[in-house]
Design a protein around this ligand. Structure first.
Ligand code: ARG
Length: 450
C-alpha cells in the first residue's frame, strides 16, 4: 500500500548514514572473505562497488527509487545494479537489525568528534574573553539579586567548567558507543563463523557486543547521547539567559555583535538577541527528544522491533541543532563587547555587606552575630537614605564597639575581590590560576586556535 510505504520508509532521513553503511559493508565483505564464504576476488568487486555507491552519494548523484525502503536496502539495490548477482552475497549471515545498529553507532561516533570540537571552540572563546577582561569587576548575583562583587572573568569561566564536564561526559558516552553489534544477525547470532573481533577492529570499534539479543535492541547509547545533549542545552540556555539580561538596555553590561543580532521589522531602534533566544528556546526540542526516545523504548519486547526506527529523527535533529548552536555560541562570546564601566556603575556598597560582617569576624565577633549587626547597619542606612559607607563611625560604634576608623577600608570593591584567594575564588590571582588549569584541560594549541 502506498501510504504504508510512506509510513514505513526511513530512506528520507536515514540516507545521511550512507558513509557508515558503506563502511560497515566494506568491513563485512572482508569478514565474509576471511571466513571463506566469498573469494578474495569477489570481496574486491564488492568493495569497489560499494565505493562507487558511496561516491554517488558524495556527488549527490545517487538516485533513490520507490522500492528503497531505507539506506541499507538502497545501497544493496544499487550494488546489485552495478555488480550483478555477486552483490547478493554481501548480506550472508547479516540482518538489517545488526546492520542498522552498527551504522547508527558509526554515524554517531563521527558526529561526536564534531561536537567535541564545537565544545572546545566554545571553551576557547570563553577563555579568550576571560583573559581579555581580568580587570573588570561586576555585581555577582544570587536569585538575580545583587550579592557580592566578582570578576567578570570569573563569572564567564563558570561556564567553561560546565562545558568541560560536558566534554568528559561525551567521551564517556563514546566509550559505550564504540562497541560493535555486527555479527549479531537478526537476533540469534551469525552461523558462518565470521570473526567479529576482526570486524570490530576494522571499523574502529573497541570491542564486540556480548549478547546478540541485546545487541540488536540496545539504544542506551542514543539515550545517553540525548541526555548528554539535553544537559549541554541546559548549559547553553543558562549562558544565553545571563547574556540576554546583561545585553538588555536596563543592564547594558555587554553588547552583542551585529553579526549575532537581528533588527525589528517595525521598531528601527531594536537590536534583538535572537541567537541567544534561540539557544534558550531550542532546549525544549532537545529535552523533548530525550523524553520521546525514552518513551518509545519503554516496554518494548526484547530484540528488534520497528519502533526502534524512531530513534533516528530524534538523534539527527539533536545532532544538527548542536552542531550549529555550539559555533554560533562561540561566535557570540568571541565578539561580545564588554562594558566594564556599566558593570562598575552597577556596584554599590550593599554588595560589601558580607565584607563588613567579615570585618567584625576578624575582630572576634562570631559570624552569626556580625551578620545580624550588619543587618542593622543596612536598615539604618536605608532609614537615613544613605549608603553603608556614608554612615558615621558613631553610628557604627553604637551598633558594636568593635567597629573602628579602618571600617571604611572595607568599602573597596577591588579589595573585596582580592580577598577571595582560595582555589576557585574570584581573586584575580585565583582566577589566573583557574584559567591556567582550564587551558591545561584543553591543550594549549586548542586555545590558540580559538
Ligand atoms: N530502517 C530500519 C531501522 O531504522 C532498519 C532495520 C529494519 N529491520 C527490520 N527487521 N525491518 O530500524
Amino acid at each position: 500500500d502506498g501510504l504504508m510505504r510512506r509510513f514505513n520508509d526511513s530512506i528520507r532521513f536515514d540516507r545521511r548514514m550512507y558513509a557508515a553503511d558503506v563502511a560497515g559493508s566494506v568491513a563485512y565483505a572482508g569478514a565474509l572473505a576471511r571466513a571463506g564464504l566469498i573469494s578474495g576476488e569477489e570481496r574486491d568487486r564488492l568493495v569497489a562497488g560499494l565505493e562507487r555507491v558511496r561516491d554517488e552519494f558524495d556527488a549527490g548523484t545517487f538516485e533513490v527509487v520507490t522500492s528503497d525502503e531505507d539506506i541499507h536496502t538502497a545501497v544493496e539495490r544499487r550494488l546489485g545494479e552495478l555488480l550483478g548477482p555477486v552483490a547478493g552475497k554481501l548480506h550472508t549471515g547479516r540482518s538489517r537489525n545488526d546492520q542498522v545498529a552498527a551504522d547508527l553507532r558509526l554515524y554517531l561516533l563521527v558526529e561526536m568528534d564534531a561536537l567535541r570540537e564545537g565544545l572546545i571552540g566554545l571553551q576557547a572563546a570563553i577563555v579568550a574573553q576571560a583573559e581579555a577582561h581580568m580587570d573588570v569587576i561586576m555585581p555577582g548575583y544570587t536569585h538575580l539579586q545583587p550579592a557580592q562583587p566578582v570578576l567578570f572573568s570569573h563569572w564567564l569561566m563558570a561556564y567553561f567548567w560546565k562545558f568541560q564536564r560536558d566534554r568528559e561526559r561525551l567521551a564517556d558516552v563514546a566509550r559505550r558507543t564504540r562497541i560493535c553489534p555486527l555479527g549479531a544477525g537478526a537476533l540469534a547470532g551469525n552461523p558462518f563463523d565470521v570473526d567479529r573481533e576482526a570486524l570490530a577492529a576494522d571499523l574502529g570499534f573497541d570491542a564486540v557486543t556480548e549478547n546478540s539479543v541485546d545487541a540488536v535492541s540496545d539504544r542506551d547509547y542514543v539515550v545517553e547521547f540525548l541526555g548528554w545533549a539535553a544537559l549541554v542545552q541546559v548549559h547553553l540556555s543558562g549562558l544565553a539567559e545571563d547574556l540576554v539580561i546583561w545585553a538588555s538596555r536596563a543592564f547594558g553590561f555587554v553588547e552583542l555583535a551585529e553579526a549575532y543580532t537581528t533588527g525589528s521589522s517595525l521598531m528601527p531602534q531594536k537590536k534583538n538577541p535572537d541567537a541567544l533566544e534561540l539557544m534558550r528556546g531550542k532546549s525544549g526540542r532537545v529535552i523533548g527528544h530525550l523524553t520521546g526516545l525514552l518513551t518509545m523504548l519503554k516496554g518494548l519486547p526484547s530484540s528488534y522491533n520497528k519502533d526502534l526506527q524512531e530513534d533516528k529523527e530524534a538523534l539527527f535533529d539533536v545532532v544538527d541543532t548542536l552542531k550549529i548552536e555550539l559555533p554560533v555560541t562561540a561566535g557570540v562570546i568571541r565578539t561580545l563587547a564588554v562594558n566594564g564601566d556599566r558593570m562598575r556603575a552597577a556596584l554599590d556598597d550593599a554588595l560589601l555587606a558580607t565584607d563588613l560582617a567579615d570585618y567584625l569576624v576578624r575582630r572576634g565577633v562570631p559570624f552569626r552575630e556580625s551578620h545580624h549587626l550588619v543587618g542593622r547597619a543596612v536598615r539604618r542606612a536605608e532609614a537615613l537614605g544613605a549608603s553603608l559607607q556614608e554612615l558615621s563611625l558613631d553610628v557604627y560604634r553604637a551598633i558594636h564597639p568593635a567597629f573602628d576608623e579602618d571600617v571604611y577600608q572595607v568599602f573597596d570593591f577591588e579589595r573585596s575581590v582580592q580577598a577571595r584567594t582560595t582555589t576557585g575564588g574570584t581573586a584575580p590571582s585565583a582566577v589566573r590560576e583557574q584559567i591556567r588549569r582550564a587551558k591545561k584541560k584543553m591543550g594549549n594549541e586548542e586555545v590558540m586556535r580559538k
